[in-house]
Design a protein around this ligand. Structure first.
Ligand code: NAD
Ligand code: LMR
Length: 333
């Protein structure tokens, strides 16, 4: 019998968590033979709603769900956790850019980084979903000096899945047959969804794609899909974001399929000339709980311009929160 994993989820009473938690408890991330203990974290104002959600989890009688614990602070909530989904944050409303959220959410992630550092299992794997996700992950990582920066990731898997879905629609292939899509950079409108290396049923799709469509329809549509959904629904994506979080953690833990790669925002090691230390989405392969950046993909002038633009935005975000990045750890990262 496997020992339970302890899983922390912040913003546990919110919309994304409402879609995520039941699927986590059903075994969709860590496998159907892996028991879990959920450590759910919310603001004190939302504890009553969280209590209701915990009752529903109990009422599902999930065999893998050993316990559900409720916390109104990250210090208790992160105690001994092996995996942490950092979802809790103020979401963007109509007309707002993700940068508007920087100030509102930055403080949350510095406290959570410290709490992970002091209380989580030393091998904890962290996924930041709350926006602006890349820079929130950077803040959390930099406030956790005893943990490796490689333990902190942010979510671009929703963008990756969006890109795959649109390409499948365009080409008529099933999403399962489409491989080697990549999303580079920030989870924002500056991101670069890249299909130049994509394959369908093992064959390159680039030669058969209308490149005007890629530049003028596909790329801006993926970049602005979050806003398109907010305009239509009046609130930000929830079920598809939960799907992205499930895919991200499952692949990090279980490994990526042979012959494919996925997109994860990770601390840059300088690959592809991207500034070291910012949290940037790269194509990666995962094995045995670790990820490796896929090296050697061709970058032409047009692609380089897109990489430069999204890198620039992340450097500006980093500058805007520099007061929350402890100076003594800066060089080490
Ligand atoms: P929501 O408002 O429905 O839920 C957020 C929850 O977080 C609320 O219940 C709130 O009480 C809680 N919360 C706020 N501050 C907290 C704190 N300090 N500690 C614990 N809980 C806290 O929002 P949502 O739709 O679930 O979205 C959550 C975040 O995810 C937003 O920032 C949103 O922009 C972001 N998001 C990211 C992606 C992505 O692809 N990276 C996709 C969709 C949404
Ligand atoms: C998304 O991409 O749907 C989320 O990041 C929500 C947003 O603010 O765009």
């Amino acid at each position: 019998m496997k020992r339970p994993f302890r899983i922390a989820v912040t913003g546990a009473a919110g919309s994304i968590s409402n879609s995520l938690l039941f699927r986590l408890a059903a075994g969709e991330v860590f496998g159907t033979d892996q028991p879990i203990i959920l450590q759910l974290i919310e603001r004190s104002e939302a504890m009553e709603a969280l209590r209701g959600l915990a009752m529903e989890l109990e009422d599902c009688a999930f065999p893998l769900l050993h316990a559900v614990r409720l916390h109104d602070n990250p210090e208790d909530g992160f105690r001994n956790v092996h995996f942490a989904f950092l979802i809790g944050a103020k979401p963007r409303g109509p007309g707002m850019e993700r940068a508007d959220l920087l100030a509102a959410n930055a403080e949350i992630f510095s406290r959570q980084g410290r709490a992970l550092n002091d209380h989580a299992n030393p091998d904890v794997k962290v996924l930041v979903v709350g926006n602006p996700a890349n820079t929130n992950a950077l803040i959390a990582s930099r406030n956790a000096p005893d943990l490796s920066p490689s333990q902190f990731t942010a979510m671009s898997r929703l963008d990756h899945n969006r890109a795959k879905g649109m390409i499948a629609n365009r080409t008529g292939f099933n999403t399962a047959d489409i491989r080697k899509v990549a999303v580079w950079g920030n989870h924002s409108a500056s991101q670069f969804p890249d299909v130049r290396n994509a394959e369908a049923m093992g064959e390159p799709i680039w030669p058969g794609l209308d490149h005007d469509w890629v530049d003028n329809t596909f790329i801006p549509r993926v970049q602005k899909r979050g806003a398109e959904i907010i305009d239509a629904r009046g609130q930000s994506s929830a079920a598809s974001a939960a799907q992205g979080a499930i895919d991200h953690m499952r692949d990090w833990y279980m490994g990526t399929p042979e012959g494919d790669f996925v997109s994860m925002c990770i601390v840059s090691d300088g690959s592809y000339g991207i500034a070291k230390g910012i949290v940037f989405s790269f194509p990666v392969r995962c094995r045995y709980g670790r990820y490796q950046i896929v090296q050697g993909l061709p970058i032409d002038d047009a692609a380089q311009k897109r990489l430069d633009a999204t890198e620039k935005e992340l450097l500006e975000e980093k500058d805007a929160v520099k007061h929350l990045l402890p100076a003594e750890t800066e060089d080490a990262h």
